[in-house]
Design a protein around this ligand. Structure first.
Ligand SMILES: Nc1ncnc2c1ncn2[C@@H]1O[C@H](COP(=O)(O)OP(=O)(O)OP(=O)(O)O)[C@@H](O)[C@H]1O
Ligand SMILES: [Mg+2]
Length: 239
């Protein structure tokens, strides 16, 4: 679904990505792991069109994304939750979800297709339901993170780019977010590129994984295989 080849990104003199290759299938979870500064966020931002690469190719469903505006990339079906959550501080929880909700789709029988994505998010994240009419800036860090993930769910993207969705969450909610991402992936048949510091949690739900360090790919393999490789864990993930 998404193909990245020979991707190189520099910020001024700093090389953030150096020859990255990545192939993301049309369903399933691909975990992107690596130490701080490895280039994980840069990779997601470049795919989302927020950072211009110096070299390389990115294509989605066979069409190049290079030079395509970020909002046009969203329309093609790619939605990103940036690091630290992407919410509009001034809007309420409800409004944050409504602005990303696509127009009502009709089911094959002409009826509208099931309950709204917003109701689904409220069911998934009870703490959000309780704060539905509060402004996003008044949420706790964890609640904001849930709202950010909720927005990605409501947007009905085919490829979700999640940059550390569990950041700042209590262990119980890390598990909730991970399970939600897995459930979504299975139920909606979508694809997720998941950047995580919580490497164990990410690998527990991922199908494949790539390990980045200093802008280079150290390993790309089945998630279960990476989970077993103690040498790599020790060298790059600090365990
Ligand atoms: N806007 C920027 N200007 C200059 N350098 C940047 C910029 N954004 C990132 N960098 C540098 O590029 C490298 C990769 O950063 P990136 O944010 O992609 O890392 P990361 O893997 O997401 O790290 P973390 O786990 O800390 O979020 C780092 O050396 C960082 O300092
Ligand atoms: Mg980052």
């Amino acid at each position: 679904m998404l193909e990245v080849e020979d991707l190189r990104v520099t910020y001024g003199g700093v090389t953030a990505l150096d020859g990255i290759k990545l192939s993301v299938p049309d369903k399933g979870i691909t975990a992107v792991l690596g130490p701080n500064g490895a280039g994980k966020s840069t990779l997601l931002k470049t795919i989302a069109g927020l950072v211009k690469p110096d070299a390389g190719r990115i294509s989605f469903r066979g069409a190049s994304l290079l030079g395509v505006a970020p909002e046009a990339i969203v329309r093609r079906g790619i939605s990103m939750v940036p690091e630290g959550g992407g919410v509009i501080r001034e809007l309420t929880v409800d409004e944050n979800l409504r602005v990303v909700q696509p127009k009502k789709r009709q089911g094959p029988d002409g009826k509208s297709a099931g309950k709204s994505g917003i109701d689904e998010v409220m069911e998934l994240f009870p703490p959000l339901a309780a704060r539905r009419h509060n402004a996003a800036h008044s949420l706790s860090g964890g609640e904001r993170q849930m709202l950010a993930v909720g927005r990605a769910l409501v947007s009905r993207a085919d490829l979700l780019l999640l940059d550390e969705p569990s950041l700042g969450l209590a262990p119980k909610f890390v598990t909730l977010i991970m399970q939600t991402v897995r459930k979504l992936c299975v139920e909606r048949n979508i694809s997720v590129l998941l950047v995580e510091q919580n490497a164990r949690s990410a690998l527990s739900i991922a199908d494949q994984a790539m390990l980045l360090s200093a802008g280079r790919t150290i390993a790309a393999r089945a998630a279960g295989d990476l989970a077993k490789n103690e040498e790599l864990w020790h060298a790059y993930l600090g365990y």
